[in-house]
Design a binder for this molecule. Structure first.
Ligand code: MF3
Ligand code: CO
Length: 251
């Protein structure tokens, strides 16, 4: 499928989808603390999405059984919330959420510390978030898609961490996953030329150890092969002729 360029009215809807998703993340973040179950965080996120009249886009996506992907410690992405999984001091937890507003998707992920975490874990979380911002410095019309990929990996590698290679960012719009795929590591080609009106979900997944991952027997949860910690940070952005607009951060 070709990469879509969004019209002004489509961009308005993507903006609103992103603004609402940022509020969902703020609300979930307020509840991240030792003792809460991942199921409870899922409920808080899903309730807020529905309170806006939006649809939780992850629920039933290819059979995924929840609205928020919650991935603790060595879980990379797509963790399934459970009432038996209780957050504890020192954990890192990634919350990945998506919603549909008037037919338009937004997708964003944050990784939070649960209470006090180790300095190494703090560094991993901070570097992951910053790698997103390093990547999108290159995200403007006229540059090439894989400029973003290379910038993310270059930054992450500087700190001795690795970028997951099996999962990628993506175009987004009337579907959660549109073309193009957006790897978080250097490519041998330059990729398509970026154009104003493209909407992209940029989402570095960064491991403390090796980049290799595997999937648990639940067929969803992606974990690091070596058991090392993993962090995730994602926003839906709009390509413009100047700085990109980050749609899923608080406006
Ligand atoms: N946020 C994920 C992504 O960026 C999608 C979640 S998978 C789902 O691709 F099954 F939970 F929807
Ligand atoms: Co995504």
């Amino acid at each position: 499928m070709a990469i879509t360029i969004k019209s002004k009215s489509e961009i308005e809807k993507m903006r609103e989808a992103g603004r609402l998703l940022a509020l969902v993340h703020e609300e979930m973040a307020r509840h991240v603390r030792p003792g809460i179950s991942t199921m409870e965080l899922n409920r808080i996120g899903e309730d807020m999405i529905r309170s806006f009249g939006c649809i939780p886009s992850f629920l039933n996506y290819e059979g995924y059984p929840a609205s928020i992907c919650i991935s603790v410690n060595d879980r990379v992405v797509h963790g399934i919330p459970s009432k038996h999984e209780i957050l504890k001091e020192g954990d890192i937890v990634s919350l990945d959420a998506g919603l549909i507003y008037q037919g338009y998707h937004s997708d964003a992920a944050r990784t939070w510390a649960v209470g006090e975490i180790s300095p190494e874990a703090r560094k991993l979380v901070d570097v992951t978030q910053q790698s997103f911002f390093e990547g999108i410095k290159l995200a403007k019309a006229g540059n090439h898609l894989y400029d973003i990929s290379a910038a993310i990996e270059e930054y992450v590698t500087r700190y001795g961490f690795t970028c997951v290679r099996d999962l990628v960012g993506h175009g987004i719009g009337t579907s959660m996953h549109e073309d193009p795929q957006i790897p978080n590591f250097r490519q041998h080609r330059r990729g398509v030329k970026l154009q104003a009106g493209m909407t992209l979900a940029i989402e570095p997944m960064v491991n403390m150890g090796g980049w290799e991952v595997r999937i648990l027997d639940d067929d969803w949860t992606v974990v690091t092969e070596d058991g090392s910690l993993s962090s995730h940070y994602e926003n839906t952005i709009l390509i413009t002729d100047g700085e990109p607009e980050i749609l899923s951060l608080p406006q």
